[in-house]
Design a protein around this ligand. Structure first.
Ligand code: GDP
Ligand code: MN
Length: 389
């Protein structure tokens, strides 16, 4: 789960990371109010769950109240398309108004969960401001990396080594220690999976300040981090994925037209491959999980059909923990309850498969049965209504 820049800054500030003063605005009037309170000039920043805002016009320096009002008016209620969003962009419902900082140098600082070492890794560079992926590709030697041993934690020695590696001097070394400690503790104590400060700047006065902040969290840990869960902004998320999560379904929206209801992430991936191989395009990834009740199957249908592009549904269940008869009941129930008219291909295998197939066959509904995954994928591709030329 991602959060907004202003939320990440507030969270990191609680852990001692220095950030500029700012205020959150949902209207141009509020933006002007904060600009007046903070003192001009200010920087107005669109709050969306994506980076690359600067280059897309979502971060602007303002010298007058009129500029603040005009910029906020231009951003609020619109969608911001950046290099990191899709073509639709993300909606801007709030802007962050921040006291302008005099920048002498931009550094990069990131903390990620390194899967290889299974530890938190700190990545830092003297060359901040540009995207880390570009930096890693163009000038990998400009990146400093440090893997933290969880039994020891981040040591002062480690912090100093990074600070010296970045060419910091005097009081900056201790300030870097404070920034690193704050980021590390925030990461560890809030179950984050990513903290990125890009840029971390050296001000004209020589101090370190986090000018941007990005954080992502482990969704599987949100149950024990209510203060983090409260920061969620569903407006920034795919509404289709949002509804699915409420029913305990893992759903990822895609841009094809074959809706998928599958059990198990591996089978779901394989089914999407088979659809592609048969010449079709999946509309989604959906894992209904184990022990799917008929109600859950109905919820899965609702989720998949909320996507207006879906023209056929493929149900593929290999029942181990699941029961084919339950899934079949769910399919029949969904077909009737939701008043379906589009073709539905059903492939069942595993526990209670005979009962399941009997329910499908005797339903009197135009359900298409398939025995194997390949047959099911091919049947789904064939069953698509012909597009008008
Ligand atoms: P991003 O493009 O979404 O990563 O947004 P950032 O918050 O990183 O802002 C983009 C760029 O705007 C930064 O790299 C800075 O160069 C610039 N910027 C942001 N805040 C200030 C500020 O207070 N003063 C100045 N001079 N530049 C700023
Ligand atoms: Mn940035």
């Amino acid at each position: 789960m991602d959060i907004h820049e202003h939320q990440a800054k507030a969270l990191l500030a609680d852990f001692g990371v220095p950030v500029p003063d700012g205020g959150l605005a949902f209207s141009p009037e509020q933006a002007v109010y904060h600009a007046r309170r903070l003192g001009l000039p200010v920087v107005v920043k669109a709050q969306v769950h994506a980076g690359g805002r600067g280059a897309a016009g979502g971060v602007k320096f303002c010298r007058t109240e009129a500029e603040v009002a005009a910029l906020a008016t231009g951003l609020l209620g619109k969608r911001l398309v950046t290099k990191q969003t899709d073509a639709q962009g993300k909606p801007v419902h709030r802007v962050w108004v921040e006291a302008a900082t005099n920048i002498a140098q931009e550094l990069y600082l990131g903390l990620v969960l390194d899967r290889k070492s299974e530890r938190i890794m700190i990545v830092a560079s003297r060359e901040g401001g540009i995207e880390i992926e570009d930096l890693a590709e163009q000038r990998p030697e400009a990146l400093l990396r440090m893997v933290i041993d969880p039994a020891v934690g981040l040591t002062d020695f480690g912090s100093r080594e990074l600070a010296f590696g970045l060419g910091l001097k005097g009081a900056q070394v201790a300030q870097m220690g404070q920034v690193l400690r704050g980021c590390y503790r925030a990461f560890r104590d809030r179950d984050a999976i990513m903290v990125e400060i890009n840029p971390l700047v050296i001000t004209g006065a020589g101090d370190l300040v986090a000018l941007d902040a990005k954080m992502s969290f482990d969704t599987n840990a949100l149950f024990r981090r209510p203060e983090v869960a409260a920061l969620r902004d569903p407006g920034q998320e795919d509404p289709r994925e949002d509804a699915a999560a409420e029913h305990g379904l893992s759903y990822v929206g895609l841009d094809g037209d074959i809706g998928c209801i599958i059990n198990g992430a591996g089978l779901a991936m394989a089914s999407m491959d088979m659809i592609q191989l048969a010449g079709g395009k999946p509309a989604n990834f959906l894992d209904i999980g184990g022990g799917a009740s008929p109600e859950r199957v109905v919820a899965a249908f609702r989720t998949v059909l909320a996507d207006g592009n879906v023209s056929v549904v493929l149900v593929n269940i290999f029942a181990g923990i699941n029961r084919c008869d339950w899934v079949a009941k769910g399919v029949v129930q969904a077909y009737r309850e939701l008043g379906l008219t589009l073709p539905v291909v059903v492939r069942l295998a595993g526990t209670n498969v005979e009962e399941g197939r009997a329910i499908i066959a005797s339903s009197g509904l135009p359900l298409i049965s398939a025995d194997t995954l390949a047959e099911a994928a091919a049947a789904a591709v064939r069953a698509r209504p012909r597009m008008a030329a």
